[in-house]
Design a protein around this ligand. Sequence first.
Ligand code: C5J
Length: 250
Amino acid sequence: MVTVAARPFDFKLDPARVALIVIDMQRDFLEPGGFGESLGNDVARLQAIVPATARLIEGFRAAGRPVIHTRECHRPDLSDCPPAKLARGAPGSRIGDEGPMGRILVAGEPGAEIVPELFPAEDELVIDKPGKGAFYATDLSAHLEALGVAQLVFAGVTTEVCVQTTMREANDRGFECLIAEDATESYFAEFKRAAIEMIVAQGAIVGWAAPVAAIVAGLTAVEGEQASDSRSVAEPAVVSPAPIGFGAGF
Ligand code: C5J
């Protein structure tokens, strides 16, 4: 085991049994001109984590550990989209409607694709998920079991929706969960801060949080070593309060 400096306390990383899950880094959520921006969201916040997420992915690839990508999207006939989800949002801006980058959250459409900077390698697993959580109605559990994975590192968007939901699902299934706090983001700074606080509260009730640099260092560290970055582990990832908005939903 390698010790990674994390919140609320050190994470014991097992470099032989850990995998990375990169949640929903899709064009429609991140890119200017996409669906997320068309709802009034500031996509620059999400774009800002692309370099750190790329470093995290590279670290896992270099260590020979699995990188799993997810996409929130539905079948073209929407048969996997519950009516309650389909009814969300303004008419014309609902799942399956024609959006700026093709049909909104529909598999195979340009907007549903992962941003080019983080595009999956040919041998990497891509899970298309109809829910917020990546375990719901997918074969993720079976893949993780086949891979012998016991620990999961999380990156992606949005922290408080699909990342947190998947992390809670994983925690309930017995995985040790660590969120890469500079490789996850929300359209709302306060939601990211609050979600990570909820995750690490009560002695890591859902999991741990650590910066990308410490996680990547841990992947290559020698057994028994301490892996951290230069920042104090007690320092919160997001300190500046920001106004909370409710304009966007999908
Ligand atoms: C994700 C969403 N990926 N916010 N979706 O978080 O609806």
